[in-house]
Design a protein around this ligand. Structure first.
Ligand code: KMH
Ligand code: ZN
Length: 270
């Protein structure tokens, strides 16, 4: 099987420093953490940024600052979030695309998200898909529920997305598809031949579903955006600690971590 692509989701938009004291918040923190994750085996960094007060922002300049520092310190593929935080407008969320990052997320449907709704109506999805094409950004199709795979495949039919696609199954968000082995097997079965996928299991499911994905030939996302614990009752000390564990499991299962350039060449980017 192919080498393992590990994505590090460093901070997300929802986790707070009160919940996870090692959460990277500033551009400097994000770049330092990205460098540690690269060292530990990550190939992709999934990027959200915060403002000076630590609140999630999609401000273009804030992304530019973090991207510059990450590029200075690593060769990681930088994947910006277009999801942002629940409640942000599409215009707000799309700002980092103008920076022409190598990758960006494209959530292909709406989903309840905790107490809120992560809204992705068809016109927003299509707008982001068109913008990504215009700026030469490779989409990662974010899937929080099964219908989102079908929506992405319809975008291919409409000529708005170019196969092969790369999917990320985010399982275990309250309101989204639960994080179960059966659900991962089902979703992986929907992926067309030639396309690729990873899983991001929320909370304790990060480890079990990540390990399953390695055995199934998929890829893995880990990090504080999805999970702040190393094991039950024990907070992780860094994102890199979570990356390193996946890299170790990958090596044991004959799926050593891929370098960013290996992933670039598989995705046809860079
Ligand atoms: N923060 C979530 C509402 C993405 O990065 O594209 C959406 C999210 C997905 O994190
Ligand atoms: Zn995200």
């Amino acid at each position: 099987m192919d080498r393992l692509w590990i994505t590090a989701a460093l901070a997300g938009a929802e986790v707070t420093p009160q919940e996870q004291p090692h959460l990277p918040l500033t551009a400097d923190d994000l770049a330092a953490e990205a460098a540690r994750c690269r060292e530990a085996g990550a190939a992709i960094v999934h990027l959200h940024v915060r403002d000076a007060e630590g609140r999630p922002t999609q401000d273009r300049a804030a992304f530019a600052a973090a991207i510059e520092l990450i590029r200075r310190r690593t060769d990681l593929i930088i994947q910006v979030s277009t999801g942002g935080a629940v409640g942000m407008t599409a215009a707000e969320r799309g700002q980092p695309l103008a920076l022409r990052p190598e990758m960006a997320t494209l959530t292909c449907g709406s989903v309840n998200f905790g107490d809120g709704v992560f809204l992705n109506p068809p016109e927003v999805i299509e707008h982001f898909a068109r913008t990504m094409r215009e700026f030469g950004v490779k989409p990662e199709v974010e899937v929080f529920d099964a219908g989102m795979v079908a929506n992405a495949l319809n975008l291919v039919k409409q000529g708005l997305l170019d196969p092969p696609l790369h999917f990320d199954f985010v399982l275990g968000v309250p309101g989204g598809m639960p994080a179960s082995a059966a659900n991962l097997v089902y979703l992986a079965g929907l992926v067309p031949a030639g396309s690729t996928w990873s899983v991001a299991g929320v909370g304790r499911h990060e480890l079990s579903l990540g390990t399953m994905a390695i055995a199934m030939g998929g890829h893995v996302r880990v990090g504080f955006e999805d999970n702040i614990y190393y094991r039950k009752g024990e907070l992780a000390t860094s994102n890199a600690q979570l990356v390193a564990r996946m890299a170790r499991i990958g090596r044991e299962l004959d799926r050593p971590p891929a370098t960013p350039d290996e992933v670039r060449s598989a995705l046809g980017i860079g």
